[in-house]
Design a protein. Structure first.
Length: 340
């Protein structure tokens, strides 16, 4: 999808989005109240939960657009504090959205960290290579980096997400790297490398090596595409990965080549990854299991020295991620319709 130029997004799309977001938020409140009347039929109040959460998100979008415009007007006065105030706005908005998700749909996040004393990255930026799957997983990850680890997220993500005004405004002001879809951006490695060279001590460069949100259909399409292009070895690797897409190493290698990060965190998670259609989301509400997240730490000086070896290292760790996800899967992860 072609994204309109920045001037069009700021001068046309964002102003038009404000009344849409406000109207949607108000409609969300009305539908929430209407949904309460369906309690005898739907004891889980799914209509009210969904409407309230969508309304909360749209309200947050409107706040970001208006606040972002106000900060832009005040930029000459903010000077060195420009990034700090935008970071504060991002932290507040994510905290609001995650809290709303917790109260409305019972979203919870549990984190399993490496053993105490094994992570030494004080005063150094870090690289975060994360699995990408499910509704809102990237929001939860960025919230975790901001709120728990006090890291400034520098995110590599798809350019199509610039159509979301809040993402476009806030992550754009935090030096996000927006890339064209499905690995079709030949400038991607150079841009990621350039971003990595500018990292400071409290930064976290966030990359999703799969390049897209995991679904079973996308996995099959990736495998078929690899075979059609004659990449039989990569296709074989992909077939052995049941829960993740084969990682594309170019972005990770470009970031590591900058030699600025103190280490790499490889992130796995499960809990939201099965919610890939509106029907499955509806069936699962309210959520009964938390989003479980685990990460492994690899100091920079312990990584392989060459690009080929690093690509193999990433693929090997993606197999570890896949195995961990498989170990966390319950026999019946989603409630059945009879539970309504």
């Amino acid at each position: 999808m072609r994204v309109p130029p920045r001037a069009i997004r700021r001068l046309v799309i964002d102003p038009l989005f404000i009344p849409v977001a406000v109207g949607g938020a108000v409609l969300g409140v009305l539908v929430t109240l209407l949904g309460l009347l369906s309690a005898p039929v739907d004891r889980r109040l799914r209509l009210s939960r969904v409407a309230a959460l969508v309304g909360a998100y749209l309200a947050a979008e409107a706040v970001v657009i208006v606040s972002g415009f106000g900060l832009w007007l005040a930029r000459p006065l903010l000077r060195a504090r420009w990034e700090k105030v935008n970071l504060r706005l991002l932290r507040g908005v994510l905290r609001f959205v995650v809290t709303a998700a917790g109260r409305l749909v019972a979203f919870r996040l549990t984190v399993r960290e490496p053993p105490a004393g094994t992570v030494d990255c004080a005063g150094r930026p870090v690289l975060v290579a994360s699995r990408h799957a499910g509704v809102g997983d990237s929001f939860a990850l960025v919230h975790l980096l901001l709120d728990r680890y006090q890291r400034t997220p520098r995110v590599v993500l798809l350019a199509s997400l610039q159509l979301d005004p809040a993402i476009d405004i806030l992550l754009g002001r935090l030096d996000a790297c927006f890339l064209r879809t499905e690995g079709a951006d030949p400038t991607a490695p150079a841009r990621v490398h350039d971003l990595a060279t500018r990292l400071t001590s409290r930064d976290a460069l966030v990359i999703f090596p799969e390049g897209a949100n995991f679904t079973a259909r996308r996995r099959r399409r990736v495998i078929r595409g690899l075979r059609l292009r004659g990449q039989s070895s990569r296709a074989a690797v992909a077939e052995n990965l049941a829960h993740v897409l084969p990682p594309r190493p170019a972005g990770v290698l470009a970031a590591l080549d900058a030699r600025t990060v103190g280490g790499t965190a490889v992130v796995a998670h499960t809990g939201l990854d099965l919610l890939v259609t509106p029907g499955l989301v509806w069936q699962a509400l309210p959520l009964t299991a938390p989003m479980e997240l685990r990460w492994w730490w690899f100091p920079a000086d312990e990584l392989p020295p060459t690009g080929t070896e690093r690509a193999d290292w990433l693929t090997m760790n993606w197999a570890v991620v896949d195995a961990w996800i498989d170990s966390r899967r319950s026999p019946n992860p989603l409630p059945t319709s009879s539970d309504s």
